[in-house]
Design a protein around this ligand. Structure first.
Ligand code: NAD
Length: 337
């Protein structure tokens, strides 16, 4: 490690933030985690963990106090496609408040660098109508036509970061995540993403049974394993690039393909039951990593099957232990006569 920094991670009670805190501690930094809730599955590795509602200006000032060098601003109201398509007002209001207040508090408290976690949902919907989508380059966010709600507020917060650099010389970094998955991520309750939701459904299914898939399953995405995500975050923070950067893999897969990979890992044969009324988001989305490679000389490299094997095993063990699924698991383990 070069030198110890004082680092704030917001959203440290969530999936990516929790993993990032662990990694930053391993590298020897002093880390404060902040979230509106504690981590769900294990205690935070941070030196401090504070429960604060970052929609409030005074909470943001408290979070950024005490000579913080870097802020990774990961706190957000977000979830999978079902959640973000049915909560436009809440998501937009909550996240605009968090991002605007966090930027200003960090600037006032003399933070040196601020990283904003944006999303591939900022990309123009018109460029994602085809499953064989051309990978999205950073400039494809304009002319603006992002995902309603979540995409618009992310795109606006990106702009706000640019204004803070232009008007105040405040150093900002912008990361556009494509879907991230891995252990210790939400796998039920409505906020989970496709890899976790499918892993849970597969874990709860009997061999030879069926599994519900939203849409016709031919919609495509790329998925990045959490370790690559954390590595990319740290590299982007350290880089000189103030422009938004994709952070994702370019290994394209259909949702049906995702179900097949996870079923194979679980060694189960399952029949897909397509729910054509289920939300599915854009038809196709992939990451063009040319700019990421140019800036960092690096890109995510963990293969989908490799990352999904670790993720599936974790979710399977969670549902097997959870009292919530006991009845269902018993049915699976002891098929009715
Ligand atoms: P997550 O939901 O697990 O973590 C976000 C955390 O923010 C949660 O723990 C939540 O409690 C916290 N939070 C929400 N409102 C808050 C508030 N008012 N005050 C304090 N904390 C609050 O999500 P994640 O997957 O870890 O995502 C982290 C960031 O990355 C988010 O900004 C998200 O929009 C972005 N992102 C994630 C993905 C992905 O695939 N996981 C994709 C694109 C963008």
């Amino acid at each position: 490690m070069s030198s110890q920094k004082r680092i704030l991670v917001t959203g440290a009670g969530g999936f990516i933030g929790h993993h990032l805190v662990k990694r930053l501690k391993k590298e020897g930094h002093w880390v404060r985690g902040v979230d509106i809730k504690c981590p769900e599955y294990e205690a935070s590795a941070g030196d401090q963990f504070e429960v604060l509602d970052l929609r409030k200006a005074e909470a943001c000032l408290l979070a950024t106090r005490g000579g913080i060098d870097e802020v990774y601003n990961l706190a957000a109201d977000m979830g999978g496609i079902g959640y973000i398509t049915s909560n436009h007002a809440d998501i937009s209001r909550n996240n605009i408040l968090i991002n605007a207040q966090m930027l200003e508090a960090a600037r006032q408290n003399g933070v040196k660098r601020f990283l904003f976690s944006s999303s591939a949902c900022v990309y123009a919907q018109g460029k994602q109508k085809n499953p064989e989508v051309t990978p999205l380059r950073e400039e494809d966010a304009f002319p603006a036509d992002p995902e309603p709600g979540y995409g618009w507020e992310k795109l606006f917060a990106e702009e706000l970061c640019r204004y803070y650099y232009k008007d105040f010389g405040f150093e900002t970094r912008i990361v556009r995540f494509h879907n991230v998955y891995g252990p210790l991520g939400t796998y039920d309750g409505g906020k989970e993403k496709a890899p976790a939701a499918i892993s849970r459904k597969v874990a709860l299914s009997e061999d030879g049974g069926d599994i519900e898939v939203w849409g016709d399953g031919e919609q495509t995405r790329s998925f990045m394993y959490i370790d690559d995500c954390v590595e990319g975050l740290i590299r982007i923070m350290a880089s000189d690039c103030r422009d938004a950067l994709n952070l994702g893999t370019d290994e394209l897969v259909t949702i049906n393909g995702l179900v097949d990979i996870i079923s194979k890992i679980a060694d189960k044969r399952l029949v897909k039951r397509h729910n054509l009324t289920g939300p599915q988001g854009v038809r196709g989305r992939n990451s063009d990593n040319s700019m990421l490679r140019r800036v960092l000389g690096w890109e995510p490299k963990i293969l989908l099957e490799q990352g999904l094997t670790i993720t599936y095993k974790w979710i399977e063990s969670e549902v097997q232990r959870s009292p919530k699924y006991a009845a269902q698991m018993n049915r699976v383990l002891t098929p009715a006569r």
